[in-house]
Ligand binder design. Structure first.
Ligand SMILES: Nc1ncnc2c1ncn2[C@@H]1O[C@H](COP(=O)(O)OP(=O)(O)OP(=O)(O)O)[C@@H](O)[C@H]1O
Ligand SMILES: [Mg+2]
Length: 209
């Protein structure tokens, strides 16, 4: 019963509170570009605070102390996530992380962990895949993260869910872009392109404590 309670609370946080926070950050962000300088700074700080709140809630939902998530750094956290995914799903994951590219994601590492977690959760629940690959590499003025599976695929335009919508919003808050490439029978590719640190909105970096 305690387990059922926990998962109900987790679901309500995910579908309720986290959704409300994402929507609030998204609406604020829409207006950041045309806002005057002073207001823009306030908007960026506010969206950064909302992002932190989302990250904390999601970390708690997954049974982790937020501060412990990144103890070993982003690379270690992602490898850990892959190991947990393999043992719970039985689907092998190939992890290929360029150290420089991983280092460039410093400051948005918690977001990356949550994003990969959702992408892998989709593979486990929907893809019927035989293999998954997680890669992070450098591209021109950007870092590229990919989660690729060889499962049954789907139509991204038709997909309706909070998970993918959250991925897009999260990518937007980082100043990055989310691409979904898939089709029935074609496997799926979730690609996040994050601009190099100098080109991200100020709010994409963690707030000073
Ligand atoms: N890797 C994948 N392989 C096949 N289908 C997928 C994959 N990822 C997403 N989908 C399809 O896209 C839909 C939307 O995904 P989304 O993550 O937004 O919602 P969800 O997983 O159904 O629910 P939640 O809000 O809990 O994430 C899924 O229901 C599924 O049909
Ligand atoms: Mg999902």
């Amino acid at each position: 019963a305690i387990g059922a309670d926990r998962s109900r609370i987790a679901r309500e946080l995910h579908d309720g509170v986290v959704q409300t926070l994402f929507a609030a950050a998204f609406r604020l962000q829409l207006h950041a570009d045309e806002a005057p300088e002073a207001l823009r700074t306030t908007i960026q700080q506010t969206t950064a605070g909302i992002r932190e709140a989302i990250n904390d809630i999601q970390a708690y939902v997954h049974g982790l102390e937020p501060s412990l998530v990144m103890l070993g750094g982003l690379g270690a956290s992602l490898k850990q996530l892959a190991v947990e995914f393999e043992s719970s799903s039985g689907i092998p994951v190939t992890v290929d992380l360029e150290p420089n590219a991983v280092a460039a994601l410093d400051g948005v590492d918690t977001d990356i962990v949550q994003l990969v977690r959702e992408a892998l959760s989709n593979v486990r629940r929907h893809a019927r895949a035989r293999r998954v690959a997680l890669t992070i590499r450098e591209a021109a003025h950007a870092t590229v993260l990919e989660v690729r599976d060889d499962g049954r695929g789907f139509s991204p335009e038709a997909a309706q869910g909070l998970g993918l919508r959250n991925l897009r919003t999260r990518a937007g808050l980082l100043g990055g872009q989310l691409e979904l490439h898939s089709g029935p029978g074609k496997g799926s590719l979730v690609r996040l392109v994050v601009p190099e640190p100098q080109q991200r909105p100020e709010s994409a970096e963690s707030l000073p404590v």
